[in-house]
Design a protein around this ligand. Sequence first.
Ligand code: ADP
Length: 291
Amino acid sequence: MTVAVHLENVHKTYNNIPVVNDLSFTINAGEMFGLLGPNGAGKSTTIRMLTTLTKPTQGQIEIFGYNVVSQPILAKQCLGVVLQAISVDGDLTVWENMELHGRLHHIGNPQRQRLIDQWLEYVELATRRNSLVKTLSGGMKRRLQIARALLHQPQILFLDEPTVGLDPQTRRRLWEIIRDLNKQGMTMLLTTHYMDEVEYLCDAFGAGKPGRIGIMDNGKLISLGTLQELRFAHGEGLVMKQVGERWEYVFFPTLEDANLYLNQQQDKTGMMVRPSNLEDIFVELTGRKLD
Ligand code: ADP
């Protein structure tokens, strides 16, 4: 199995404050990996270190075997990145943005034009190739960022909060693209603070194989596994009880165990049983809800 990403005891400190704190994990080639955490957890900083944009204060990071600090050019050739801020140039056309990126990566013609055509077609922007980017919608700009990130044929794509600020339909379309790219074999690491995003993208049903979810909080990785593994570890069944305005809940290993517990209660008022979900696990781990 080829290792796509390897982090070992990675730290990042700003003004003596640890922002990423002893992060270690490995992603295999072809995996879909979702890094979930609230704002300020250190997700973007992690992506910035993985993509050579900022150096770790301590620790080792390798992308397809290349060290991001000592071999940044080789590491960069393997990766594509879609950052949170829209980084395409609004005063250039769609094609000009692609052409510029292709030239920066020294992709010769006619291959460059073939790849530009191929990826613009793929993200459904071929008919907008001569439009100025500032005239595109937010979703189109995101799709252009993805097409551009794929132009130099990377082996892994990093996406930092790819659907922030997009309407539900546009989000769905982007999710389909992300999932389809993964199905074609592209390794994916995306960060998000949306539960539904990781649940959808790391779901075994649609993707063919389940992706893994890393839950990050306060710069640390506090849980890692497929959704099924996380549910198994924390309990697949949940008994909820309404106490005044609040819901109290208890995890049980299985839904059956949760039902058994409920059936044993004399007074079942305000109580219910349901399967646990990612949000329950997140709240259990951090004591907080995501916004
Ligand atoms: P996330 O992506 O999970 O929202 P970030 O990685 O953006 O988290 O930020 C984690 C923490 O690091 C935040 O408290 C943020 O203010 C701080 N931080 C990020 N970049 C810098 C920087 N360049 N200088 C100082 N602090 C920073």
